[in-house]
Ligand binder design. Sequence first.
Ligand code: NAD
Ligand code: UDP
Length: 319
Amino acid sequence: MRILVTGAAGFLGSHLCDRLLSEGHEVIGMDNFITGSPDNLAHLAGNERFSFIRHDVSNFIFVPGEVDAVLHFASPASPNPTSRYGYVNLPIQTMKAGALGTHNTLGVARKYGAKYLLASTSEIYGDPLEHPQKESYWGHVDPIGVRSVYDEAKRFAEALTMAYHRFHGIDTRIVRIFNTYGPRMHLEDGRVVPNFIQQALRGEPLTVYGDGSQTRSFCYVDDLIDGIVRLLYSNEHLPVNIGNPQETSILEFAEVINRLVGNKGGIVFRPQARLEGDPQRRQPDIQRAKEILGWEPRVSLEDGLRETIAYFRYKMGLE
Ligand code: NAD
Ligand code: UDP
């Protein structure tokens, strides 16, 4: 297939490009580098099946030649307001990437009769009242809260994707991605994994926002990409959760990272830093992914974190 990947210079987008190229596809990457980096694609220079277009997906998209599939991953993704990459600090761009970017990429899929896959998120469940979260859960989202620029843009994106499927007959997919980590996360991203690993490697205390009782379920990037590619090859049009159901509190997570790095800096609690609307619990129900895609995660948290720590050590110039 000839595949357009938006957000290609980002964490997930770049891994997705690698995987699609390794399967023999031709990939056109698109990105405006608002939160991504050309470094993530540098290794693809000279690959004849890869090309790149620098473009903001909020504007009309022109792709020369036929396209067989469109995977829309372009969007800021970090909630952290202390990071310049946090969507709270890019509110209009985030809403435009989710709304106009989804409209434009669906337009490309419609023009070429291409398959379409939307990168949605567990954030569409908001601060969930149902646990674990099944795809049938409608969510608990504040439409005007600080996180709403991301959550509501993704909810709109899902609705628009289903409208193109139902009304125009586009062959669409929706993946609801739960917290994913791994190499190529941006050092300044502000999400918990880059923050904790860098603090640990510097010998500093890990900054736990709130009391650390809030939970997340962390999936290693290779597992996630495998689930997404399986979804692309499937015929499933309704949303599918992809994530690792192993749930951990943020406090336990900090302790694991300190142990793996050998950090003696400990932990510091930052009650005020907790973002309004920060979900208290998050865990995917992956029954549908298991049944429809024959998928489940394989990489343990410790193995995935070791790989990720090695990457950050290298990026921080510590080896
Ligand atoms: P990322 O910030 O590393 O990558 C996003 C990429 O999109 C960046 O390269 C950025 O420059 C690009 N981008 C943003 N707006 C753009 C625009 N208007 N035009 C062109 N490019 C634009 O983040 P990520 O973690 O790789 O997230 C990728 C996608 O996966 C996002 O859609 C995000 O919502 C979704 N997602 C990620 C996670 C996760 O845990 N990593 C969880 C849920 C959903
Ligand atoms: N968090 C934290 N310390 C940090 C960064 C994040 O305790 O330095 C917490 C944050 O409050 C949230 C969880 O870790 O409860 C996950 O945050 P992240 O920014 O990774 O993304 P989210 O899962 O909220 O989208």
